[in-house]
Write a protein that binds this ligand. Structure first.
Ligand code: CO
Length: 634
């Protein structure tokens, strides 16, 4: 039976039988549940122990590859899960011996948020190869492929697979316009071919690509090159499945999907409906739907551990803002958070309006980590601080670096007036560089080896510290038993989760015994009821005696003269710039706090003398936590 005049969908025998005839051009499927899936919907909190039960089953499916590392996993594992990121590759390899392993690599940013020196980048990629990564999906936030040079050398030397990636971006609702048009993508694909890419990936991290745009883009790429084309999109806007389907009709070679329990919302289309939709066609995946369903069943067992991480504030599982503004969903929610913290939510419409202009002035860059944060935060600054027609009155450090060329070449030139203003008095110089940013950076490993001597036991530890000096050090202290592992970094059992849920329910319904028993081991967590914040402490379920302490989080006055410097947002302390006894003036930077992957300098609330430093570098702090106390000048 034929029902498509292009001969795309020739129907053959229609059954679920895994021994059904092989399709002429089967779609190849990469599963991304174990990396982008849980990164997208569970804040990357997936633990290795919860992947092991399905690892062998997934290996038996016949996926083209399994993405299980890179992106945010390296950061989150050592920071929040007390897991050595390198170990995950080795552990999963034991159960998955047939399917190639794939990782997401941010070019010269590796798995961090800035450009690292070549020696760090080379060492990282070499060790990733040694541990068992087979396919490297390499991208750069600016699509400046000079930032690929160093990693590609090492990938090729190890005879591994280099997937050259183009970040998909838009300036209007559909592909086209002056910048991100078909020509742009075809040019970029040509550059990747010249770099020796084994496959080319269109990476649509925001779920922006519309079905017909995917169709025409894939068609045009297939005409231009013989290199296999891989499409990565997210469901965020609701177009994901439609887009994959049109791309498959256009001849895309490989697509990314998730197992159903990790699919949809800001994650990816699920594999199961696609397998059925293509059944019997000449793009039939050949995958066994019954085996997939068994994996789903096994995966569902651990989902209760992660469910609290799902954003369920809205009933809709799509984000229509993404369609309206052509910007990543995560970026928009960051903007909302930032405005809320500054008590300026009423400025949201103005931010949406200003964003395209700021982006254009800063070189019309694609919006992906870290450029989405850089553009977003600068837009908020412009909306809040610009007065009397003066633009860019408060320029962030990252925007200065971008203007200097430290991230690479922007898509369009940066507005000359803005660049001049940003680089006035910039310590590296007022004339921007045009060379590869990596050429600016001195080797970093010798200093790391010296600074972490004794603590870092091998090159893997050293690389971790090079990428994440503060949290890396903290993790190694846990790993080698120099410091106690905090409760919130320990894994939970399903039993723990169930008991906690019951206790929270009790707390919410007011049926609580208030018992201040500090002797029992307690676990604290935050509960929000109608906008009120409660800190609920629950005795460790393993301890026989059950006590619950609920206290309303104290309100701490901000901006008065009590001299308390408080955290305006939750985050992690990078460093204290002052010591006890130091004299400070209002506004002097006292603490550097990392939040939303950006460094925030927190200034003294008043003139005075530092009386007490309450926390230390590496501590995670909640909003409104006191960081430092200042004795105000009388
Ligand atoms: Co993604």
């Amino acid at each position: 039976m034929k029902f498509d005049k292009h001969g795309i969908l020739e129907m053959a025998k229609m059954n679920y039988d895994p021994t059904r005839p092989k399709a002429k051009n089967p779609i190849k499927i990469q599963d991304v549940s174990l990396r982008d899936g849980h990164q997208s919907i569970f804040a990357t909190r997936g633990r290795t122990e919860d992947m092991i039960p399905v690892a062998k089953m997934m290996d038996d499916i016949g996926f083209y590859s399994i993405e299980m590392w890179g992106g945010a996993t390296f950061d989150v594992m050592h920071r929040f899960l007390n897991e050595d990121p390198w170990e995950r590759i080795k552990t999963l390899k034991k159960y998955m011996t047939k399917t190639p392993f794939s990782m997401l690599l941010r070019g010269q940013n590796v798995v961090g948020y800035r450009n690292y020196a070549d020696d760090v980048v080379e060492a990282f990629v070499q060790r990733a190869c040694d541990h068992g990564i087979d396919i490297f999906r390499v991208f750069d936030a600016l699509n400046d492929f000079r930032n690929f040079q160093t990693v590609v050398k090492v990938i090729k030397k190890n005879k591994k697979h280099f997937q050259g990636t183009i970040c998909y971006s838009l300036t209007e609702p559909r592909m086209g316009g002056k910048t991100y048009n078909l020509d742009y993508y075809l040019q970029k694909a040509k550059q990747l071919e010249e770099l020796g890419a084994d496959t080319i990936c269109i990476k649509d991290m925001a779920g922006l690509i519309a079905p017909y745009d995917a169709y025409y883009l894939v068609k045009a790429l297939k005409e231009q090159t013989d290199i296999p084309i891989h499409l990565h999109t997210h469901f965020t806007s609701g177009m994901g499945d439609l887009t994959l389907f049109k791309a498959i009709e256009a001849g895309v070679d490989i697509i990314d999907t998730c197992m159903a329990p990790y699919a949809y919302r800001t994650s990816h289309p699920a594999v199961e409906p696609l397998v059925i939709s293509l059944l019997g066609t000449n793009r039939d995946s050949g995958l066994d739907i019954n085996k997939l369903a068994e994996i789903d069943k096994e995966m569902e067992k651990v989902i209760p551990k992660y469910k609290h991480l799902l954003d369920d504030t809205k009933n809709a599982i799509i984000d229509t803002n993404v369609i309206l503004h052509q910007t990543p969903g995560g970026m928009l929610s960051n903007l909302v958070n930032q405005l809320r913290q500054m008590d300026a939510l009423d400025k949201l419409d103005e931010v949406y309006e200003t964003l395209p202009r700021v982006r254009k002035q800063l070189g019309q860059v694609p919006l992906v980590t870290p450029t989405s944060q850089i553009i977003g935060i600068q837009t908020v600054n412009n909306v809040l601080f610009d007065k009397d027609g003066e633009e860019f009155s408060n320029i962030t450090e990252q925007v200065k670096d971008l203007c200097f060329g430290l991230y690479g070449k922007t898509t369009l030139p940066i507005d000359e007036k803005v660049r001049k203003k940003a680089l006035k008095g910039y310590p590296r110089g007022e004339t921007p560089i045009t060379k590869r940013p990596g050429d600016m950076l001195e080797p970093e490993l010798p200093k790391i080896k010296k600074d972490f001597r004794g603590l870092a036991k091998n090159i893997d530890d050293e690389i971790l510290c090079a990428l994440y000096p503060v949290t890396g050090k903290r993790f190694l202290n846990w790993k080698y038993g120099h410091e106690d592992i905090p409760d919130d970094a320990k894994p939970k059992t399903l039993d723990n989760v169930q008991k906690e849920q019951e206790l929270i329910q009790k707390a919410l319904s007011g049926k609580l015994t208030t018992k201040k028993d500090k002797s029992a081991n307690t676990r604290a967590f935050d509960v929000y009821v109608d906008g009120e914040h409660f800190n609920v402490e629950v005795a460790d379920p393993n301890v026989r005696q059950m006590g619950i302490v609920v206290k309303k989080k104290e309100e701490i006055a901000t901006g008065d003269n009590t001299g308390n410097l408080i955290a305006p947002i939750p985050g992690m302390i990078i460093e204290y710039k002052k010591k006890v006894g130091n004299k400070v003036k209002a506004g002097d930077t006292i603490v550097v706090l990392e939040a939303m992957k950006m460094f925030n300098n927190l200034g003294a609330p008043c003139d005075g003398v530092i009386k007490n430093i309450v926390r230390k570098a590496g501590d995670s702090v909640a909003k409104s936590d006191i960081l430092c106390q200042i004795e105000p000048n009388k």
